[in-house]
Unconditional design. Sequence first.
Length: 148
Amino acid sequence: MQITKAGEYGVLGLLNLARRGAGAVVMVDEVSREEAIPASFLRKIFQTLVRAGLLRSVRGAKGGFSMDRPADTITVLEVIEAIEGPIALQPCLDEPDDCAYLRGCALCGLWGEAQEGLRAVLGRRTLAELARRQPPRVRLGRPADTPV
């Protein structure tokens, strides 16, 4: 199992919003530019996060996206699974009936333990916590909000 760019970009996009504070409404193009994420890809990711209830879409001249819940209530696990689907290190952990070794796989317990460990780590980390640990991106020695 590998976290795709969509999952990574989803977390980075939400971290950008979390650093701005509650209620901030931001256009995708601004987040895209600051995080170096292709805007069209980020739009699709943000729409997925709206459907998952993590973001809110705001229409109008001052529209864009904002967090739908406080950043300290959204875990990295929620973001990743909203984009990627449930984390499963092996298909047999997600669909055990499809496992050819259902009655005697020595690895099943190990994979399950590793999967639960990963889910526990991602489930303990909130966007607010990560936002405090990650400053805005810097480009060519300039802060991201400095005009080029």
